[in-house]
Design a protein around this ligand. Sequence first.
Ligand SMILES: *Cc1c(COP(=O)(O)O)cnc(C)c1O
Length: 468
Amino acid sequence: MMKYISTRGNAPELSFEDVLLTGLASDGGLYVPKDVPTFSLEEISSWRDLPYAELAHKVIYPFVEGSVDADALQKMINEVYKGFGHKAVAPLQQLDNNEYVLELFHGPTLAFKDFALQLLGRLLDYILERRNEKVVIMGATSGDTGSAAIEGTKACRNVDIFILHPHNKVSEVQRRQMTTVSGDNIFNIAIEGNFDQAQDMVKASFGDQSFLRGERKLVAVNSINWARIMSQIVYYFYSSLNLGGPLRPISYSVPTGNFGDIFAGYMAKKMGLPIEQLIIATNSNDVLHRLMSKNQYEVRPLKHTLTPSMDIAVSSNFERLLFDLYDQNGVELAALMTKMNARDDIVSLSEDRLAKAREIFDSYAVDEHATIDTMKQVFAETGYLLDPHTAIGVKAACECRRNMKTPMITLGTAHPVKFEDAVKRAGFDMPELPHHLSDLMTREERMDVLPADIDMVQQFIAEKTFAQ
Ligand SMILES: *Cc1c(COP(=O)(O)O)cnc(C)c1O
């Protein structure tokens, strides 16, 4: 049975199902597996011809053992990836001799977040059904997460979901991907305010949940949720096996915001997959790049960019990597996190810890100009239109590559049709919506507009939850 421990060393050990329902640990840390499952090269090699869903079971099952039955897991995984718009689920696209994009945008909402949130919804419902419990998901979104969470939970019988977005401040495609999903358990709240106000209301609600009646509690589906990272490990194995791994190493460039997707790559390496290099590709919100390149951790105000899904001031999952760099010493890490979160000083890591990170990780920050240029250049060279987030990954791969003989895979995190501003700035016509979304612009929308007032939002949630 897999056990999970907190990065700050002062919270109870939990099973997978409790971690799924818990979010942050009680000591403020993040949960990580106590013993990471590892596989030999022979075993990984033997998975070479498996379809995505069977490979996913091999990688995911050890993390949920004791909480989820093996057959039930396979059934959920099959359902999830059958719903993707490409039979290979995560196909590779070649850009140059040894350069690839891993297309992670064939899920229902056209971004990689579907890989995890589709499964997360099913896992939640499975566990809640068995425990005879119901929960409320509450989240704030400026784009990709909200729609993926709604699509992932729309069929859940034990979950009500409330997603707040800033009214008139998300793109029409992104709004419609949230508001046109039908289900009695889905509530879109457009807040008359900005994203930060919506986010603050969500944080405050998690802090004091007394507004919820009955036995309900809030569950977070943001990127610190372990089940999301776990699901994302699979495509590192899948893409490596498709390019001759594990008998040769592969490098990855990962467009990074909260460090979730790239942490999954680091996990794959810990589990035995030969990965030579992991590139942290950021936009101008470059807190991690400044730490990796100059050993200076300094939180700066958020900048709004053409790559909104990577707009973060603090990269929350980085704590999971720091835990390993500090030899899983929770006491030491808790002290470091207190310094990092105080934000009144520039924090440095000890040189030997940073050197350990630099063995595998490189980093690069890409500004808007270079993002647009990369979209144009790759299109001119290959006829392939990158979304702006993926373009940041491709640019960073090109700048940081250590070894031309190792295949470099950039994670293709979203479909360009979701990011109209960047596509237009780069001078392209908008691509067509994929077939399953072709009527998106004419579907009926459902949402409630509320003022940026926490009492009114909480009252709304309590009433809608209670009404069922
Ligand atoms: C969420 C997202 C990212 C960032 O992923 P993290 O796991 O937060 O690092 C990058 N690109 C797109 C398109 C996303 O939706």
